[in-house]
Design a protein around this ligand. Structure first.
Ligand code: F6P
Length: 324
């Protein structure tokens, strides 16, 4: 393989820049020409492609966001869009791709390979940590720490005013950010989409806290929780307990997607970026580079897309035990 391209796609995640850097520097080290594609599949379709050198990735290892920008491309989901993208890659003689993103990105790459035979190796970049085939995804650790910092601050004011706070964290279909930030932040309860939590159970936990003179409580809720968003859940609870209970809702939102990546995310991103690039060079195709039990592994896209990554029920059990 003589010429490859790298792009970031889907929701951005802190550490994507460290990953781009590893792909580019790895390619330079191995004597492979490397191109950057801006704005994910949209840039592939419009031909927003440029040659990168070792210098193009100087001074980015510590930066959040992605210097290549990102997008969720609707056009690439159409056969016409993919045909346009193929024509652009042909112009640059690009033989293989490194895609930094999540399941949507890998679904697009699989279709693209089936139609045009361009191989892709993926690096898991999403704060949600919802990809099978890697213990952690790039950006997850930073997002958890950002959420935790917010939870700690909210705990101060919750305690001063004897309030219950419902804090919604990101995670479209996944409770990983919720469970980890909830445990680290000492939450009374964590609600995740993977496991049904009946509202009466939440009320039970809160009431038993009050009966033990707990003056404030924190409930962390993942965005994708089936019972609804944090405001819906707070309202349901308000209707079923004394209406004068003092409750507040905070939705942390996109603050979790930005910021300086943690050391953990930078190292993970560097390993996965180099692993993806070297995998592509060695003939891997349509697989995602991941780290499982501290080893680099490649998992077929069809498995990362299809297989669930279950959340540990032990952790959920622990939240309940530790909130007594
Ligand atoms: O990238 C994952 C994620 O942050 C999810 O947690 C969230 O549901 C979604 O992206 C938000 O996407 P957007 O930035 O497009 O609104």
């Amino acid at each position: 393989m003589k010429r490859i391209a790298v792009f970031t796609s889907g929701g951005d995640a802190p550490g994507m820049n460290a990953c781009i850097r590893a792909v580019v520097r790895g390619a330079v080290y191995h004597g492979i020409e490397v191109f950057g594609i801006r704005r994910g599949y949209n840039g592939m379709i419009s031909g927003d492609i440029f040659q990168m050198t070792s210098h193009s990735v100087s001074n980015i290892v510590q930066r959040g966001g992605t210097i290549l920008k990102s997008a969720r491309s609707k056009e690439f989901m159409t056969p016409e869009g993919r045909a346009k993208a193929y024509e652009q890659l042909k112009k640059f003689d690009i033989e293989g791709l490194v895609a930094i993103g999540g399941n949507g990105t890998f679904t697009g790459a699989t279709l693209f390979f089936d139609e045009f035979g361009i191989p892709t190796v993926g690096a898991p970049g999403t704060i949600d940590n919802d990809l099978y085939g890697t213990d952690y995804t790039i950006g997850f650790d930073t997002a958890v720490n950002t959420a935790l910092e917010a939870i700690d601050k909210i705990r101060d004011t919750a305690d001063s005013h004897d309030r219950i706070f419902f804090i919604e964290v990101m995670g479209r279909d996944s409770g990983y950010i919720a469970i980890q930030s909830g445990i680290a932040g000492g939450a009374e309860m964590v609600m995740v989409p993977e496991v049904l939590t009946p509202i009466p159970e939440v009320i039970e936990i809160l009431k038993s806290g009050w009966s033990r003179q707990k003056s404030s409580s924190i409930v962390v809720i993942a965005e994708g929780e089936e019972a609804g968003n944090a405001s819906d859940i707070a309202e349901k609870i308000r209707q079923q307990v004394q209406p004068d209970i003092d409750m507040r809702v905070t939705t942390l939102g996109h603050i979790q997607r930005g910021g300086v990546p943690t050391a953990y995310d930078r190292i993970l991103a560097s390993r996965l970026g180099l692993g993806a690039m070297e995998g592509l060079m060695n003939g891997e195709q349509n697989v995602m580079a991941g780290i499982v039990n501290n080893e680099l592994v490649y998992t077929p896209f069809r498995d990362t897309i299809r297989l669930p990554k279950p959340i540990s029920e032990d952790l959920l059990r622990m939240v309940k035990i530790l909130s007594v």
